[in-house]
Design a protein around this ligand. Sequence first.
Ligand code: ADP
Length: 189
Amino acid sequence: MRILILGPQGSGKGTQAKGIAALHATPHIATGDILREAVSRGTDLGRRVQPILVRGDLVPDELMVDLIRERLADEEGFVLDGFPRTVPQAEALDAMLEEIGKPLDAVILLQVSDEVATSRLHARAAAEGRADDSPDGIQNRLRLYHELTEPVVDRYRAEGTLIVVDGDRAIRDVSASIEDSLAQVGARW
Ligand code: ADP
């Protein structure tokens, strides 16, 4: 099963992606986690992306596409979280999956308002102290989501593969909706 999960920062995307992956024993591939790990290990990649992450800017498309190509190469199934974030990334993913004959089974959008997203991110800033959860970082990431990632959402909506889930509910209620939707599209794991 190949699933893509989209949604703004603070939508609960990471939490839900982890939950789906655990429930179905499928790898959770989260680009933010991969990049933060590279930063903490001090690899070449980490040194290169560290200032970008702190500002809440986007890592260049070519770098992300190479990273994902390598990461997806040996996976039969996955829950992909944090990629694609731009239209060129979405085009690259389509081409990659077509090449290996492994189309996506479902694309899930977790929908929350900017107000909910912002207040959750401020709460997370206090709890976790993530470098990009500063007020400027939060604002920049949400701005980039609207500008660059919403066109990706529109692309999947136009293709008819998009499943929209209301993210402004308790974690377990959101999970239940996602599992219902996956069952409806005939997801087989
Ligand atoms: P959030 O969704 O809260 O911004 P993530 O953990 O998904 O957090 O990503 C953290 C940061 O990693 C992003 O702000 C960005 O700098 C970088 N990043 C992650 N995925 C991508 C991507 N697909 N393209 C470009 N940059 C990315």
